[in-house]
Every structure is written in structure tokens, then in C-alpha cells.
Design a binder for this molecule. Structure first.
Ligand SMILES: [Zn+2]
Length: 156
């Protein structure tokens, strides 16, 4: 276990265990979903997260392309942008700062003790999460990536 003081947080983390869990994930939450919002998100990988957010993920051993979940908060009125929120997991826990957030412009994120739902890759570990909000991405293509039976439309 290691300790990381970053922004308002004091985190206890196991970088190797976090890397191991991510490397056993076949895909991110966006790719595993058949909805158009996730497809639009997945098509824009690698996701252009702000530098300070990427730094936190990297320090903890989180793969930025392996989000646990992403969802559409709202579509901007002109229909050209989707405002996304989502979260990542890391091993192990939040020692201090659970109530705080950081931001880079509109984009903001916070670190919270515990998991929102179980991910089998993290089983056997204490898990905490990094949640983000207000990531605005253009609408490029919201047609689903997968057929109803779960097979991909294309090889990309
Ligand atoms: Zn979805």
C-alpha cells in the first residue's frame, strides 16, 4: 500500500493491484453498452480528459480507457454536444477529503470511498472510485456499436 496526497485528498492505494485489475478488463464501460450515448463516447477514445485528471489516474494506476461506467447527463440544446459523467475504480481507499471536488474549467471530479456496483476484475480488493462530471464531447455518431446479440458491427 502507498499513500498519495493529491489536491484535497489523502488516498491509500495499491497501484499494482489497480493495474492488474484494469489489464484484466476486456473493454471499458462505454464499449460494453449498446446505447448510442456510450457508442458516441467510445468512438472518441482516447478520451480527451484534462491533464490534472489524467495525472491522478496515472498515479493510481488507472487505465483512462477503462472507465467502469459513463452516462449522458444531458444533451446540449443544439444537439451537437453530449455532457457526460462517469467513474473509474482504484484499489484501495480514501483516507481524507471524501467530500471534496476538483475542477478544470467546467469538467469536475471527486474521489469517493467504496464502489457503485461490483466489477468482477476488482473482486477481493477494497475499492474506491473517481467520479467525473461535465465532460462535453461532440456528437459524432450515436448509432450503437453492437448488434442486439452483442456482436460488433465493424472491426474497429
Ligand atoms: Zn450506454
Amino acid at each position: 500500500m502507498q499513500t498519495l496526497a493529491y489536491g484535497p485528498w489523502l488516498l491509500i492505494f495499491d497501484r499494482d493491484a489497480t493495474i492488474t485489475a484494469h489489464s484484466s478488463m476486456k473493454m471499458g464501460g462505454a464499449e460494453s453498452c449498446r446505447c448510442g450515448d456510450c457508442a458516441n463516447f467510445a468512438r472518441q477514445k482516447p478520451v480527451p480528459y484534462p491533464k490534472e485528471f489524467m495525472k491522478l489516474l496515472t498515479l493510481l494506476g488507472v487505465d483512462p480507457q477503462r472507465e467502469i461506467e459513463v452516462y449522458n447527463q444531458y444533451v446540449l440544446a443544439d444537439q451537437e454536444y453530449v455532457d457526460y459523467a462517469g467513474w473509474f475504480y482504484f484499489v484501495d481507499h480514501v483516507q481524507r477529503g471524501d467530500e471534496n471536488a476538483m475542477n478544470a474549467g467546467l469538467f469536475n471530479w471527486y474521489v469517493r470511498e467504496g464502489q457503485n456496483y461490483k466489477a468482477s476484475e476488482f473482486e477481493g480488493n477494497a475499492v474506491s472510485r473517481i467520479e467525473f462530471r461535465d465532460l462535453r464531447l461532440p456528437v459524432i455518431d450515436r448509432s450503437p456499436l453492437y448488434r442486439p446479440n452483442g456482436h460488433k458491427f465493424t472491426s474497429d
